[in-house]
Each structure stands twice: as C-alpha cells, then as structure tokens.
Design a protein around this ligand. Structure first.
Ligand code: HEM
Length: 524
C-alpha cells in the first residue's frame, strides 16, 4: 500500500505526539514536577513570544498587555473606563492600535467607511464579529446579533417598513401621547427618597420604554403591563440592568464551554436580568399575537410581510433587542443632554427661547414643527456627539477573506476591527474643544471648522441603526416638550460629575441626575 506525503506527515506528527505525551507521562510518573512545570512555562513563553513578535498584528502599537490575552481587553470593558482608556491609547499610539491579540482599534473617519460601509465590487462588507455578537440566552438570533449576511438581510427587509418615516409618522399619536403623559407626570413629582428633586434618568427610561412598547406591541402592551404581577416598570428596570450583563456574557463566550457551564448553574442574577428580559420579550410577543389590533405596530409589519413568517422565538428575539436598543439608547441621550444643559444656562436659555417663541401650547409641538427648530437640532447633534449612546465601546467586525487595506495599511483576513467612536468624537483634530458642549458648532454659521461628518452616532452602512428616524423624532419631541414646559433645576450638582461617574460599557451606565421642575409654560 502506498502512503501519500500528507499521510506520512500525519504519521510523523502522531509519532512525535506519542513520544511527547509519553515523555510527559514519564516525567510526572517519576514525580519530576519541576520538569513538567518547565515544559508548561516553555509553552507559555513561546506563545507569548509569538503573540508579541511574530503574530501578523505584531507590528501594531498599543497597550503593552494587549497582545497577550483577550482578558486585558475584557477587563478594560467591564471596568467601565473603556472610552477614556481607548481615547488615551489612540492619542498616545496613533490611529491604529492593537487592543487584543487579534483586535485592532481605529480612530479615523476613513476607517469608519471601510469597516462599517457597504463594501466595494472587490471587497464585500464586513460581517459582525460572532464572538462579540453572541446568541441570546434562549439561543435565538435577531436583527442585532445575526452575523450571517443573508440571514441578516432577510431580517432587515422584514423589519424595515416598520421603521420607515411614513409608518413612524402614521404612529405619531403614540409618540405625542406618551411624551405628554411623561411631561404631565414629571411635573407632579416632588422630592423622593428624602432628598431634594427626583431621578430624571429613571423617568427618561420610562418614557422611552412606553413609546417603544406601544410602537412595538400596540394596545396589547398596555393591557399586558396592567396584567403583569410585578411593578409596571419592572421590565424597564430589567432592561437597564441587562445592558451590563450583555457585556459580561460577551466576555464569558470567549472561553469555550463557559457559557454552557454558567447556563447549567443559571445564577439568580442571570435569571433576574438576561433570562427575565428574554422572557418578557416572549410574553409580550405572545400576548400581541393573540390580540389582533388595528394599529400598524411593529408586530403588524412582521405579520404582513411578503417574506415567510418567522417562528415566534425569532419574532420575540427581535423585540428583545428592539426594546433594548430602542429604549436604553434614547434614554441615555436624554439623560446626557439634560446634564449638559443643566450645566450651561446660556445654551438652555437659547433652546427655551426658540421653543417658547414658536409654540404656545403642548399640542402645537409636533414632529413636523420640530424639524425646523435649528437650535434644538443643534442641541440634539451635540448631545449625540458628546455622549454618544452607543459609542462607548467597540462594535467589531471581521476582515473578509483576502484581507483589506485600511488607512493605507494592509490588514490580514480574520482580524477583528472596529472604530472607537468616543475616540473619534473626542479627537481635537476633528472637533474644537471636544470635551465642551457647544451646540453652535452644528449651526450653519458656526465659527468652528469641525469635521462634523465624523460624528456617526448611529453607525453606518448595512448594519447602521434601523431606528435612527424614530430616535430623532423621539429625542426632539421629549426634549422640546420638557424644556418648553419647565425650567429644570439641578439638585445634585455638587455630587455628580457626568464623565467621572458614568460607566462606559458597550452601552452606558448613567449616574443619577436629580432635578426639580418649575412650570413656566402651558397648563400641563
Ligand atoms: C439615540 C438613539 C440611538 C442610537 C445612538 C443608536 C445607535 C445604533 C448603532 C450605533 C447601531 C449599530 C450597532 C452595531 O453596529 O452593532 C444601531 C443598530 C440598531 N439600532 Fe439603534 N440607536 C438608537 C436608537 C434606536 C431605536 C429607537 C431603535 C428602534 C427600535 C433602534 C434599533 C436598532 C436596530 C434594530 C439596530 C440593528 C440594525 C442592524 O443590524 O441591521 N435604535 N443603533
């Protein structure tokens, strides 16, 4: 029988392995622990030397511990100081840095186009990183975590009509009613918990949760909230607590088998966050499927799509992320911008003059009318720049087969790449005095020569934010109605420093912002 070259090589490798394992076994048998440890250390050192000096990304600068283990990167992420750390690294080592053994972080606008863009004739668009975008705890895939190009495009086609401007304007009554409800409710809240003022951050979570819930599930949302055993806003609180746990899961999934292990033990904290959130999404989806409605809510668009109807688990999974991506991000924006406005009475006064000179009642404040409020729009853009709701972390992609050139440098296939939004937005080459809140930079006659195009809070390309239009309608509406009706008095200014006290994971954990509202306009 003839043996081919590859078979011969395989036999030699097996032979070597046999000898090697035999010798290791012998070493242990002879109780020569020292020799065994030496082998382990040698393997460890060889790996470290390879990662630092011979790995395809070895030439890229970055924090000294980054080449050796993903642990360093996950530690930075979970410590909540990632935005500031990454920015410092980019300032020190330049626009391309190695932040993990196989991960490059970029901070240039040109990289944004290549990494998140639609691709070219020769280079396809980059797919999301499956290690970062993991399946949900119920093993489902959805519009955010799906990494397969074809599957994602089916999901996006199915959901896109729900997010079209036509459909959103048709559902404007939800936005207006829920915002008016919020404006009336916050006006009636006095000091809570024995302290002056109340937590406006929590109220922002509630209003965006209500808007997103009714937009998604129509009338059944309210019915289900009334039925549920827990507090009306229990799901909203679960969503907020789940954002951090999502990053913990990302770290867990890097170690093969660890998720299965944790799944087996299913800790109380996991049950109360990740699992409870997925259950709520399923319960609300099932309730809506049993409850036909005239409203063209998001479920309606899934049910009437020309594409084959997906299983209930998939529909629920879309709402798992829509409720998260839709409610938390917009609430984060509102909280951040309120902090900066509370800090800068001159900006607040310009905003309120614009709103109060244009509108004489809450009802006059409509989505269409707000589109032309120049200063309000500048405040929104600046709020998204200075505290980008989804810009604290890394939205990583994988370089396609054959590699790709980014910023004049060849990046090998399979490399994990991302643009760190915060670093782009805090770069003095892009924005004058980047840490200051200056809405004027967005006005037509701005005296600054900022590179406004580098601010991409909703990302870009085939995986760019599907809810962008809705987010703009919501941000303008809530901000305008609140600042039109009330003067905002900040009560815990002595205690809070927004940047010091924020935790930047993939999404933000915000500090508490206590305010008192003094009614100035309208009979709200
Ligand atoms: C200020 C508010 C918002 C910001 C800053 C924001 C930002 C983003 C960003 C940066 C992405 C890209 C994520 C990635 O590359 O992994 C994204 C995706 C997405 N966002 Fe938003 N978002 C906001 C509000 C919303 C709202 C209100 C919805 C509506 C439900 C929404 C739904 C989505 C969906 C479904 C995706 C996934 C798109 C896809 O992969 O095809 N977002 N968002």
């Amino acid at each position: 029988m003839e043996i081919s070259l590859s078979q011969e090589a395989a036999i030699s490798v097996l032979g070597l392995l046999h000898i090697y394992s035999k010798s290791v076994f012998e070493t242990i048998k002879q109780n020569n622990l020292l020799a065994f440890c030496a082998i382990i250390i040698a393997v460890f050192l060889a790996t470290a030397l390879y990662l630092r000096f011979f790995h395809p990304l070895a030439k890229f600068p970055g924090p000294p511990l980054a080449p050796y283990s993903n642990g360093f990167w996950y530690y930075t992420l979970l410590a909540g100081r990632g935005p500031w750390k990454n920015h410092q690294w980019h300032q020190k080592w330049g626009p391309i840095i190695r932040i993990a053994p196989n991960h490059l972080s970029f901070s240039s606008h040109s990289a944004q186009k290549v990494i998140y863009g639609f691709g070219t004739r020769t280079v396809p668009s980059m797919v999301k990183d499956p290690i970062f975008f993991t399946p949900e705890v119920d093993h489902s895939m959805n519009i955010i975590n799906e990494t397969d190009r074809e599957e994602h495009s089916r999901m996006r086609r199915m959901l896109s009509f729900a997010f079209s401007t036509t459909n959103l304007l048709e559902n404007e009554d939800v936005l207006v009613r829920r915002t008016d409800e919020f404006v009336r409710a916050v006006g009636g809240i006095r000091g809570t918990g024995g302290k002056r003022g109340f937590s406006i951050v929590r109220q922002f979570n509630y209003v965006t949760f209500n808007i997103m819930g009714e937009m998604s599930f129509g009338d059944s949302f309210e019915a289900r909230l009334e039925e549920q055993k827990e507090h009306r806003y229990h799901w909203a609180a679960v969503i907020v607590n789940t954002t951090y746990m999502n990053d913990v899961m990302r770290a867990v999934c890097v170690i093969p088998g660890l998720f299965t292990f944790l799944e087996y033990f299913n800790t109380p904290h996991m049950k109360a966050t990740l699992y409870r959130h997925a259950e709520y999404a399923t319960e609300h989806t099932e309730a809506r499927l049993r409850h036909p409605t005239q409203r063209k809510d998001f479920v309606h668009h899934i049910l009437t799509t020309k594409l084959p109807l997906p299983p209930t688990l998939e529909i629920a999974s879309h709402f798992n992320v829509i409720m998260m991506a839709g409610a938390v991000t917009t609430a984060t924006f509102l909280a951040g911008v309120t902090y900066y406005l509370a800090h800068l009475p001159s900006c607040t006064s310009l905003l309120q003059s614009e709103l109060r000179s244009r509108f004489s009642s809450l009802e006059e404040i409509t989505s269409k009318a707000l589109m032309n409020c120049e200063y309000l729009n500048a405040v929104v853009e600046e709020g998204l720049r200075i505290y980008p709701p989804a810009g604290a972390g890394h939205l990583s992609r994988i370089v396609p087969r054959g590699g790709v050139e980014i910023d004049g440098v060849w990046i090998p296939e399979g490399t994990r790449v991302s643009v760190h939004q915060w670093s782009v937005l805090r770069d003095p080459d892009n924005f004058h005095d980047p840490s200051s809140f200056i809405p004027e930079r967005w006005l037509k006659d701005s005296p600054y020569s900022d590179r406004l195009e580098t601010s991409l809070p909703f990302s870009y390309g085939p995986r760019g934010c599907l809810g962008r239009n809705l987010a703009y309608l919501e941000m303008r509406m809530v901000l305008a109605k609140m600042f039109w009706a009330y003067d905002v008095v900040w009560c815990n200014g002595e205690e809070v420093d927004w940047e010091r006290d924020s935790k930047g994971y993939t999404l933000w954990e915000k500090p508490d912002l206590r305010v008192e509202l003094r009614r100035v306009m309208g009979d709200v």
